[in-house]
Design a protein around this ligand. Structure first.
Ligand code: NAD
Length: 318
């Protein structure tokens, strides 16, 4: 059995998942992902299973991987780089790991937000250079945060926002009624009605055709000046060129993001050195606590599926 292992979080972080994978009678081929479609096409056809991160598994990759490929075990929850529709048509199970990284990503969301409002990076870097530069920041207490996508991560963000004394508004087509009622979250049916209330917008919807470019120039006309946007979901939820214009114009006061449209970004990426942008390299779920949980779940999914056991979490059905 040949397995393609591409996720670097999995490979680089200690945990029991290494022993479990090592105990199987598999030949493991390791690559440093996320791999573009071109590299996946070079490798496709040589493996019985993928244990992958955000590699581009397109229809073409899938076609070339069959008939040998039996299963895809995704390390993580976002499936936007996998053509799940094609996998379902070809009856290739896509396994994934929901419910193991929501607290870690919610913490990173607040790490970004607090760093943004208190100018943490500039202040700390100035001190490191020997300067005692005291930049005035903002509180988040009593401010209003709007959460797009009140799923697992969005709900953890809401709990933390409430603990900071923020007012919480939310938008999700699958409205978590009991959670929202218990926590006093104000419901919106559209982003248009929510945006004018907000000091902070936090993005937690999965990327799909309905969420691509959800934040765009048209909608940014509806915000208070200096809206802060935090994105720990997927870069494509915002229209990058429109965000850059809004940052320059001041309708967006800061954009803190863990995700970019190209990862790693080219040195010329226009957001990289923008003074109002704060970027982390997709580390939202990368903690010593969360990685072993995700990695163990992804390994269990793979091993159990290949043994014909039932304890697997599958995203697609036919
Ligand atoms: P989830 O499936 O529990 O929640 C996603 C929510 O978004 C769902 O409730 C869904 O109904 C909602 N949604 C879908 N379309 C919407 C729309 N048009 N408007 C508003 N809401 C919409 O997933 P999760 O575990 O909370 O993860 C959310 C996303 O976070 C993932 O899809 C992934 O892209 C991203 N993520 C990033 C990292 C990171 O390292 N930065 C780690 C894990 C997940």
């Amino acid at each position: 059995m040949r397995i393609l292992l591409t996720t670097t979080s999995y490979q680089d972080t200690p945990g029991d998942h290494h022993a479990l994978l090592g105990a199987q009678d598999y030949e493991i081929h390791r690559e440093r992902g996320p791999l573009p479609e071109s590299r996946m096409l070079e490798l496709a056809g040589q493996f019985d299973a993928f244990l992958c991160g955000d590699d581009e598994i397109t229809r073409a990759v899938l076609d070339q991987s069959l008939p040998r490929l039996r299963v895809i075990s995704k390390y993580g929850i976002g499936l936007d780089k996998i053509d799940v529709t094609a996998c379902t048509e070809k009856k290739v199970p896509v396994l994934f790991t929901p419910g193991v990284n929501h607290t870690t990503v919610a913490e990173h969301t607040f790490c970004l937000l607090l760093a943004l409002v208190r100018n943490l990076i500039d202040s700390a870097n100035a001190v490191r250079k020997g300067e005692w530069k005291r930049i005035t920041g903002h509180e988040i207490w009593n401010k209003t945060i709007g959460i797009i996508g009140l799923g697992r991560i969005g709900q953890e963000v809401a709990k933390r926002a409430l603990a900071f004394g923020m007012k919480v508004h939310g938008l999700d087509p699958y409205w978590p009624e009991a959670f929202a009622k218990e926590n006093g979250i104000e419901r919106h049916e559209t982003i248009e009605t929510m945006l004018p209330h907000l000091d902070v917008l936090s993005l937690h919807a999965n990327l799909s055709e309905s969420t691509r470019h959800l934040v765009n120039a048209q909608r940014l006309k509806l915000t208070k000046p200096e809206l802060l946007i935090v994105n720990t979901s997927r870069a494509e939820l915002v229209h990058m060129a429109d965000i850059l214009v809004a940052l320059d114009a001041g309708s967006v006061g800061g954009y803190a993001t863990d995700v970019l449209d190209e990862e790693p970004p080219p040195p010329s990426h226009p957001l990289l050195r923008h003074p109002k942008a704060l970027i982390t390299p997709h580390i939202g779920s990368r903690t010593y606590e969360s990685v072993p949980r995700q990695a163990m779940r992804a390994t269990l999914n793979l091993v159990n599926y290949l043994k014909g056991e039932k304890d697997v979490i599958q995203a697609n059905k036919w």
